[in-house]
Design a protein around this ligand. Structure first.
Ligand code: TEU
Length: 542
């Protein structure tokens, strides 16, 4: 809808363009290919797309290492293709958010090339440089998300520079107003081209403790205790470094000059409770929405999943969370949450129903509408050797980045031309789940996703309604959404076995999805979406 607050209750579809659709046969997805596939996205009934980076980059971190924030890498197309994408999306009622990678650049960026050569260069203080300790070691014990120290030595300056990620991703010094100006200039460049907002990459790493104090969470380098890989900063605050707040305020002031624009903050390193997000999404001087990695990390076997969800619901009393169960950095939820890693279509649908009925906004990752499981790749196919050392058992990122399967009957599932070699292979298990296969099946996950999004659009309570946790005993999880006097009750069985429904659930509820409470129980991974009898208007099968 055209309202300025379209993002409240919106569903954003995350496109990883490298793996969405290749139009020129080089095996890498591109912007013209994305434009050709916009109808698939619009037909889902989502409100916006968040497009991952397509800017010039050496591709060491697959586009999150940027050497020019205001251009398009030739592998993805040209600047005019962005204009075409924005126009084609708007024609279909889709808003467009771009990835704003504000915390670091590629080491090939001209700013860094000059900065590393000469302290007196105009960009000499645009990155985080620090002298070595007397013994020549790095200034403190911060570590990189990709493992190893967060500092790399630059002999020409005889100093270390900070990088929270790869050493080819030097951290920008956003304490420096000139760098803030440059970041705002990037945002303004894209706003002027008509984008509707930004997903702020790794927002919790935008700034750093200017005193470079050791992180108390990281033990002495004798390795006696495994260091917290990403706890490289002193998190004296709840979630975002204090130095980032002025940057957010300036960015918000810029966006407020473009009515209807929105920001989505990625706050991953904090396993923080959702309540903390509220502090950054309630005021006018911060983000519109934010998500954390928390639900992206766990599965139903996690003892606190119900607490996590109740916590998330509580957030909406003050702030505006955005939920995301899958993305390009973590194992696809259909596998991550599956018991023993064997995807169960019933559980996959429960996840979609949960994602699209929780309060706040939601991100749907490309392929999630198809119920895609994590791809299993041969060693030879691994392209992201760094993986992300989020947590010990993490298996790396390629498995969630394989190309979208469009056609089950074509080589590479129609992602690229038969004779080309896709940058990652299409997963064998994805051909039978391709869009073409599911278009032909009325009871497919694709059809179910579309019907869920239609229900969300037709039920204001599911989009904007107040949320209240029902405090049901695990493995049941239930909450209610209410708006304009209409109350929707949602019940989820977060387990692989049938579970009885508590008797206090009134009989006066009519199912919109799934069994009626008269069934007195929910099957394995079962769920029900119910309305008061007199107001129920639609019944759908799960
Ligand atoms: O990811 C952010 C990120 O990896 C960290 O916040 C990490 O999730 C956390 O420390 C562990 O819980 C973004 C992009 O999504 C990712 O693809 C990039 O590699 C990264 O930033 C660097 O730009």
């Amino acid at each position: 809808d055209g309202t300025a607050e379209w993002w409240r209750g919106a569903v954003l579809y995350q496109v990883y363009p490298r793996s969405f659709q290749d139009s020129d046969g080089d095996g890498v997805g591109d912007l013209p290919g994305l434009i050709d596939r916009l109808d698939h996205i619009a037909d889902l009934g989502v409100d916006a797309i968040w497009v991952c980076p397509f800017y010039p980059s050496p591709q060491r971190d697959f586009g999150y290492d940027i050497s020019d924030h205001c251009a398009v890498d030739p592998a993805f197309g040209r600047l005019e293709d962005v204009d075409r994408l924005i126009a084609a999306a708007h024609t279909r009622g889709l808003r467009v958010l771009l990835d704003l990678v504000g915390g670091h650049t590629s080491d090939r960026h001209p700013w860094f090339a000059a900065s590393r050569r000469n302290r007196e260069a105009p960009t000499g203080d645009w990155y985080v440089w620090a002298d070595p300790r007397p013994d020549g070691t790095p200034p403190n014990n911060w570590l990189s998300v990709f493992g190893g120290p967060a500092w790399t030595w630059e002999p020409r300056r005889r100093q270390y520079y900070l990088h929270h990620f790869l050493s080819t991703q030097p951290a920008l010094n956003l304490h420096n107003p000139a760098v803030q100006d440059a970041l705002l200039g990037i945002a303004e460049f894209w706003l002027e081209r008509g984008v509707d907002g930004f997903r702020l990459d790794a927002l919790d790493f935008f700034t750093h403790d200017p005193e470079l104090r050791d992180n108390p969470a990281n033990p002495p380098p004798d390795g006696s205790v495994p260091a917290k890989l990403f706890g490289m900063q002193r998190h004296d605050h709840d979630m975002i470094q204090p130095g980032t707040k002025p940057v957010l305020r300036r960015l918000r002031a810029l966006l407020d000059r473009y009515p209807g624009r929105a920001t989505l903050g990625e706050v991953s390193s904090q396993d923080g409770a959702y309540r903390r997000i509220a502090g950054y999404t309630e005021g006018r001087d911060h983000l519109h929405m934010a998500y954390t990695l928390r639900p992206l990390r766990h599965g139903f076997d996690h003892p606190t999943v119900s607490a996590l969800l109740s916590d998330a619901i509580a957030t909406c009393e003050r702030g505006w969370p955005c939920f995301s169960f899958s993305n390009h950095d973590v194992e696809r939820a259909a596998s991550r949450w599956a018991p023993g890693g064997q995807p169960d279509p019933r559980m996959t649908r429960l996840l979609l129903a949960l994602l699209l009925s929780l309060p706040g906004s939601a991100c749907l990752y490309q392929g999630e509408e198809l119920g895609l499981p994590e791809a299993v790749l041969r060693e030879a196919d691994i392209r992201d050797p760094f993986g992300l050392t989020y947590w010990p058992e993490f298996k790396g990122r390629d498995g969630s980045r394989t190309p979208m399967p469009w056609r089950g009957d074509l080589p590479h599932a129609g992602f690229t031309t038969p004779r080309s070699t896709p940058w990652l292979p299409v997963a064998e298990t994805h051909y039978d789940l391709s869009v073409s296969e599911q278009e032909m099946a009325p009871d497919s996950t694709l059809a179910f996703t579309r019907s869920l999004l239609r229900l969300r659009r037709d039920e204001p309570a599911l989009r904007h309604g107040e949320a209240e946790s029902l405090g049901l005993p695990a493995p049941l999880f239930g909450f209610a959404r209410e708006a304009a006097g209409r109350r929707i009750t949602l019940l989820f069985n977060l387990s692989g076995g049938a579970v009885a429904l508590p008797p206090e659930l009134s009989e006066g509820l009519t199912p919109l999805i799934g069994p009626s409470v008269a069934a007195r129980s929910l099957p394995a991974w079962g769920f029900a979406v119910l309305a008061e009898a007199e107001t129920a208007v639609m019944v759908m099968s799960p």
